[in-house]
Each structure stands twice: as C-alpha cells, then as structure tokens.
Design a protein around this ligand. Structure first.
Ligand SMILES: Cc1ncc(COP(=O)(O)O)c(C=O)c1O
Length: 398
C-alpha cells in the first residue's frame, strides 16, 4: 500500500525500549534516563525573550525560504569568527533543524544509483536519509587501531569509494562516539574527497560541546578546495539548548545552497519566523550560558568516564565531545542472570531497564553492536545514581 521509500525505512531500535520506559514510568517506577539526546538545560532567558518579542511584534508570517537576512548575516559572522570560513548570506540556508538541513543536502547531492559513504558508528538518521533520497548508504567502520578508537579510517574510506560515490557524511564532535576529529585526519579526508570529486557533508551540531582541551575543526576551513566540496551543517539545538525551536542551517557554495533552497521551498518554505528571531538573539546576544552548560557537561563527562573506566569488563574510549560515551560491554555477551541471557546490546539495554531501572540506548542503533550509548545530559545526582545501578546490575551477570 505504501511507497518503497516508506516501507524500506528501518524502524528505530529504540522505539520499543522507549515504549517500555514510558510504561514503567507510568507504573510509578523511578527510571534514570541515560538515553537523553538533548541538553537537559532550559533555553537561555534572552533567547526566550526575543521569541516573545517577535510574537508581540507580529513577526509571524512566512520569511524568505533560506531565512531572514539578519540571521543569515549573523550565521556568516559566526562562521567567520568561530570556524574561520568565509561565507556570504546567499551561501546560507536556514532550515527546520539541522535534520532538515542534512536531508536537504542529501536530496541535492544523491539519487537512485548513487552511493554515500557513512563512517560507523553513526547517528541513526544518516542511513535513512540516504535511502529516502533513493541512494545507497555505504557503511565504513572507524579505525580499530589502539589509541585511535573512533577516528576515521581514511584507507578504509578510500577502499569503499566507487564510481557511484557522491559524498561522505561525517559528524564531529560525534554522536554516538563523542569523538572529535583531528585536523590531520580531516586534511587527509579532504585530500581523498578532492581526488575522487566527492562532497563532504559535515555535521557540526555538537561543535561547542568540547572537553579537556579538545578543539573543533571545520572541514571547510582547511583550504579553498575543502570549502568548495564541503556542505557544512550546523544548528542551535545542542549549543543553545533549543531542540524544540527547530533551527539549523547549511553553509556551502552558492549553487548548492540555491538547489537546497529550491527543495526546501517546496517542502517547508522556511523555518519558523519566531524561532528565527530567537536564533538571531542566540547568535548575537550574550554567550555566557553556552559556556556554563559546557562546563557542567564537562564535569559530568569526567565523572562518568572515570567511573566507567573502573567497572569490571567495561572498556571505554576517552572521547571529548558532544554529551555521550560509548562503553564496550561485549565482555558480558553470553552471560546470564536467571533465565535472561545477554546476547547483544539490545538484550543488555532491556536487562538494565528491567533490573536496574536505567534507560540506555543499545549500540546496535548506531551500528556499534558491542556498545551502549550513555548520555550525560542529566543531573550529576541522577548520573551518579544511574552509574551505581549500572555497576550493580553488571555484577549480577554470571
Ligand atoms: C549528530 C546529529 N546531527 C543532527 C541532529 C539533529 O539536530 P536538530 O535538532 O538541529 O535537527 C542530531 C540530533 O540528535 C544529532 O545528534
């Protein structure tokens, strides 16, 4: 009855788990959520005020498709000052979240018969976006070398390139690994992409969430060639605790952005006028709250990492970005608790929910089958309690 496009989408592995979490909560069970994919902070007051003012001023009509000129100008200033990239306002398209910016980019670049390379572990939506465009996702695992866990494997990416490859989608800082790619790695990726005439769609939504001295590098800043092939995607959801406001954007060469605007014009017209005014305030107003949130995430990350490191059977990479850690729990595969056998990350997530009352995301959702994704977007007290429960539940497995 439905299109292949709809039928072929992989249902989210977390849907069932989320339904179970909701039911347990309804039954009055105290579930600690270590699966949260958005900042647990409120949107800063100055941003909320700007939105209220926009409503009061009747700034409530359609805007130009790629966004209000002031916001596009502010994005250009930001990209210049923070990322070292020169863009003009007509090289920016504001969208309904980075998610729409990403699918717009994929729809412009790829179609049936094309391939798009996605390094794994990866965020859940990239593969599906490529499939929605009719193209084929080609998954390439990250490096397995000790000390380089979660870094891009450039040689493996090169091996995956075929005459049908159109683009590579990268995400730094990374969801779910927390990895922040180094400049040298990105330079190698650019060299490869230029040689094979591929686009790099670079998702930088977690760029402000960096810890322990990690530095974010925007691919497009590396060289004029890098800028030419880069489609830089960013948004305000994670940096400014604005997930529900739905503001993201793409920055790229003028013809790419014109094509993206063409598609968006028929999909959603423009992002919400009110949210655009809020985004303008976010980018041009005081930035103190961004740093306050980052510092709190940093404290939580350090606590979670140092605890995971000491847990028996757990290995965890010392990742310094976003708000996730991705511990490897495969040492527990094959172990039992009563009649429960842990065969994979979904079994482990279910076991932890049932026995420890903590919600985590199975790594399988992100093509990381040996891992669980733990989010530290929760209060220090809840995180401590959640990790106590995690450690205790692991000790039941024999
Ligand atoms: C890696 C990554 N990219 C993009 C998004 C989407 O962000 P937005 O809220 O701007 O659509 C998310 C949200 O979870 C994400 O984790």
């Amino acid at each position: 009855m439905f299109s292949d496009r709809a039928i072929n989408l992989t249902p989210s592995a977390t849907v069932e788990l989320n339904a179970k979490v909701a039911q347990l909560k309804k039954d009055g069970i105290d579930i600690i959520k270590l699966n949260i994919g958005e900042p647990d902070f409120g949107t800063p007051e100055n941003i909320k005020r700007a939105a209220k003012q926009a409503i009061d001023e009747e700034f409530t009509k359609y805007t130009p498709v790629p966004g209000i000129p002031e916001l596009r100008q502010a994005i250009c200033h930001k990209l210049k000052a923070e990322n070292g990239i020169d863009y003009q306002p007509n090289e920016i398209c504001v969208s309904t979240g980075a998610k729409q910016a990403l699918i717009n980019a994929v729809l412009v670049i790829a179609q049936a018969g094309d391939e798009v390379i996605i390094p794994t572990p990866c965020w859940v939506s990239y593969e599906e976006m490529v499939r929605i465009a009719g193209a084929e996702p080609v998954l390439v695992p990250v490096s397995q070398q000790p000390g380089r866990e979660f870094d891009l494997d450039i040689a493996a990416i090169e091996k995956a390139v075929t005459p049908r490859t159109r683009a590579i989608i990268i995400n730094t800082p990374n969801n779910p690994t927390g990895a922040v790619y180094l400049k040298e790695t990105l330079e190698q990726l650019v060299e490869l992409a230029v040689r094979y005439e591929l686009y790099i769609i670079t998702d930088e939504v977690y760029e402000k969430l960096l810890y322990n001295g990690a530095v974010h590098v925007s691919v497009a800043s590396l060289s004029p060639e890098a800028r030419k092939i880069s489609i830089t995607v960013n948004g305000l959801s994670k940096s400014y605790a604005m997930t529900g406001w739905r503001i993201g954007y793409v920055a790229a060469d003028r013809p790419i952005v014109a094509a993206i605007s063409g598609i968006q014009g028929h999909m959603t017209s423009c992002a919400s006028s009110i949210a655009q005014r809020a985004a303008l305030e976010a980018l041009t107003g005081p930035q103190k709250s961004v740093e306050v949130m980052r510092e709190e995430f940093s404290r939580r990350r350090n606590m979670m990492y140092s605890r995971l490191k000491t847990m028996p059977g757990i290995t965890c990479s010392d990742a310094n970005g976003a708000f996730y850690l991705l511990p490897d729990i495969s040492a527990y595969y094959g172990k039992r608790y009563g009649s429960t056998i842990i065969r994979d990350s979904c079994d482990m997530a279910n076991f932890l929910l049932d026995q420890a009352h903590i919600a985590v995301v199975p790594g399988a959702s992100f093509r990381a089958p040996d891992c669980l994704r733990l989010s530290y977007s929760n209060s220090m007290e809840n995180l401590q309690k959640g990790l106590d429960r995690f450690e205790e539940a692991l000790s039941y497995l024999k």
